[in-house]
Design a protein. Structure first.
Length: 53
């Protein structure tokens, strides 16, 4: 997953864990970012989208 710093990878949300016991799942897409320089595996990426409750 070689990406430039200006490039974003977006994923469509098909399912979402609910926060606590309430249904708080409102993101329509998530951004994925590297947690390792020049990530090439799924384990080297992190979810970069967060939603406050």
């Amino acid at each position: 997953m070689s990406t430039s710093k200006s490039q974003e990878i977006k994923c469509t949300v098909k399912s979402c864990c609910h926060h606590d016991k309430d249904s708080h799942c409102m993101l329509s897409e998530i951004n994925v970012g590297e947690n390792f320089p020049n990530a090439s595996e799924k384990s080297q990426t992190d979810c970069m989208s967060f939603e406050t409750f």
